[in-house]
Design a protein around this ligand. Structure first.
Ligand code: ADP
Ligand code: MG
Length: 618
């Protein structure tokens, strides 16, 4: 198996493996697994210690990037340079972030817009995609060391509730890490595959997957019928997990040993030591009755009864979510055939007891709860590789389908390998005041710029009533029927106008050309991503430049001369950066302009409200 190829960068001859790898890209920990002698195994690092790679990225001096255990050690010491929980930011815009911001120790560029978030480290700006790609690169390195060969194909898991944008972001991260992502699989589906529930019975089965990780809790109810998975309902809490158990222990210790908040703030290494001890205590109590240890001269101890009392309300919250998931699926506990335990925190005996109690049956916990999702991903990968002949492969789209957006960027609407028939859509708007027509170019391919992809067709949505830029609501829908015919529809929702085209040629491409397109997309991923980041930054900046122009005209009387000239100055420097090719400089200039003008915008808004109140009195 495998072929010999030459690494383009190093010139070294490397063995290339045909293995498709399975990846669990977690909020707290990530893992990579593959099928070895017909069995899925998770891969350990060179030190042979653990299969888990903490999903933490540390920026050391000189922009050196460290991922995993070594990065975790820097978490408390250097919070600004150490990024965790990046999965929470995948596919999110600033407007989605209100609840997350206070939870993170690093800086997120705050623009109060619909654009996707960026993370500021030192003088650089990173997207969650780029950061996730660093974690994926680490996993790729790990398995390549194990196999002594390069790998290029992967299956990556995501939570069942991830939306299109979050799934696409995960695919893009894979691409950037040099991986062709053959499929995105739901985490609970992967866990069920690991237990082999897809081949257990002739009849349809209903499965509950209880996943309690480090910072998140998910409960999913799945139906499996003839090897096909359907998600019946999902529920959970995106801010509830093992970290909260640690915090409950810390709070108890603070009270019991009279530890003052001030001593924690001034002595970070003390705070870090306590936090790590709390996690050790929790883990110890998963297999013993009591824990004791001396940290900075304090004799800490904790017994299992006290621990269970401290976490009781947290565990109860997960059970309430299970109840909601059942009622959303219109089911009762008795309808569930199997309950699977996933996530490191399900090792806590009190958790297992509560779940078994609620579903009134023994839970499945034989497989390592940390690994079970990655193992299932490896099995899915093996099915895709065609190694499990009894599994059926459904009709899928061979290449991604999407449209051209501002700057010549490809916006994927149906990702490659999607099951057919399928319907997917996305909303757009105009970029110019009074715009009447919108040209829609339909493309196929994996590259970030449409010029590198294959054009399938083009049409114009005309007759959009004149409105200010950004106001029209244009929905673009892609529908592929069971015969593989693609229909693209564009609708302006405020005025009800619509147009559509039918495209029959999406499969008129040879296997060879397709393979070449895929290869190109991986080889150019880094350059493409840079170009995309620059075009997107320019785009955002151009919107801000237009908005600032409007703002200056509309609020001329409210602003002082000095404010006006300062805004104009910052506005001018933003324009200059847009003319250049440095995305970080554009982002920085936007940030400075935003910071300066935000309070002025608030004042202007207050003044406008005052004015309209006066107006109503007349
Ligand atoms: P995620 O899916 O969010 O990436 P994981 O499934 O890796 O998270 O779970 C990580 C959590 O599991 C951490 O809070 C960790 O402390 C907890 N954990 C790991 N092992 C144990 C154990 N033996 N007992 C209790 N909790 C554990
Ligand atoms: Mg997980």
């Amino acid at each position: 198996m495998g072929k010999i190829s030459i690494n383009i960068k190093s010139g070294k001859i490397a063995k290339q493996s045909d293995v498709i790898i399975g990846i669990d890209l977690g909020t707290t920990n990530s893992l990579v697994a593959y099928i070895h002698e017909n069995k899925p195994i998770a891969v350990k690092g060179k030190d042979g210690k653990s299969t888990l790679v903490p999903s933490i990225i540390h920026f050391a001096p000189e922009n050196e990037i460290v991922v995993g255990e070594a990065a975790k050690l820097k978490l408390i010491e250097e919070p600004h340079n150490t990024i965790y929980s990046v999965k929470r930011l995948m596919g999110k815009s600033y407007n989605d972030l209100s609840e997350i911001q206070s939870y993170l120790g690093y800086k997120i560029l705050d623009e109060d817009t619909d654009s996707l978030v960026k993370i500021n480290v030192q003088d650089k700006y990173y997207t969650p995609i780029e950061l996730s790609a660093e974690i994926l690169k680490e996993l790729k390195k790990r398995i390549e060391e194990e196999l002594e060969a390069t790998v290029s194909k992967a299956v990556i898991t995501v939570p069942a509730y991830f939306n299109d944008a979050q799934r696409q972001a995960t695919r893009d991260a894979g691409k950037l890490a040099g991986l062709d992502v053959l499929r995105i699989v739901n985490e609970p589906t992967a866990a069920s595959l690991a237990y082999g529930f897809d081949k257990l019975a002739e009849d349809a089965q209903t499965i509950a997957v209880y996943d309690l990780g480090g910072g998140t809790f998910d409960i999913s109810i799945l139906k499996i019928d003839n090897g096909i998975f359907e998600v019946l309902s999902t529920n959970g809490d995106t801010f509830l997990g093992g970290d909260d158990f640690d915090k409950a222990i810390l709070d108890y210790w603070y009270k019991t040993y009279d530890i003052k908040a001030t001593s924690l703030e001034t002595d970070r290494s003390f705070a870090q030591a306590l936090r790590l001890a709390a996690e050790r205590a929790k883990k110890a109590l998963s297999s013993t009755e009591s824990f004791s240890e001396t940290v900075h001269n304090i004799d800490l101890s904790l017994d299992i009864e006290t621990f269970e009392t401290q976490i009781k309300s947290l565990v109860n919250r997960t059970i309430t979510a299970c109840q909601s998931a059942l009622s959303d699926a219109k089911l009762k506990a008795i309808d569930i055939d199997h309950v699977i335990m996933v996530g490191g925190s399900t090792r806590v005996p009190a958790v297992k007891k509560a779940v078994a109690n609620f579903f009134n049956q023994e839970v499945y916990d034989k497989l390592d709860p940390d690994e079970v999702v990655a193992l299932g991903a490896a099995i899915q990968a093996d099915i895709l590789a065609g190694n499990q002949k009894e599994m059926l492969l459904l009709d899928i789209t061979p290449l991604s389908l999407g449209i051209e957006t501002v700057g010549g960027l490809m916006d994927t609407i149906i990702p490659r390998n999607s099951k057919v028939p399928i319907k997917a859509g996305r909303n757009y708007t105009t970029s110019v005041d009074g715009q009447k027509n919108l040209k829609i170019g339909v493309y196929q391919g994996e590259r970030d710029l449409v010029e590198h992809n294959r054009k399938l067709g083009e049409f114009i949505l005309s007759g959009i009533p004149p409105m200010p830029a950004g106001l029209p609501k244009i929905e673009i829908q892609f529908i592929i029927n069971a015969d593989g015919i693609l229909k693209v529809k564009a609708m302006e929702l405020r005025s009800d106008i619509e147009t559509e085209i039918e495209i029959r040629s999406q499969y008129g491409i040879s296997e060879e050309d397709m393979a070449k397109m895929l290869m190109d997309s991986i080889q150019n991923a880094e350059g493409d991503m840079k170009q995309r980041a620059l075009l997107e930054a320019r785009n955002e900046a151009n919107n801000i430049i237009l908005a600032t122009n409007k703002f200056l005209v509309q609020n001329d009387s409210i602003l002082s001369e000095e404010e006006k000239s300062q805004i104009k100055k910052l506005h001018q420097s933003l324009k200059e950066t847009v003319a250049g090719t440095d995305k970080d400089a554009i982002n920085k200039a936007m940030e400075i302009l935003n910071e300066y003008s935000a309070p002025l915008a608030h004042r202007a808004m207050d003044a406008n409200i005052q004015a309209s109140l006066k107006g109503t009195k007349l």
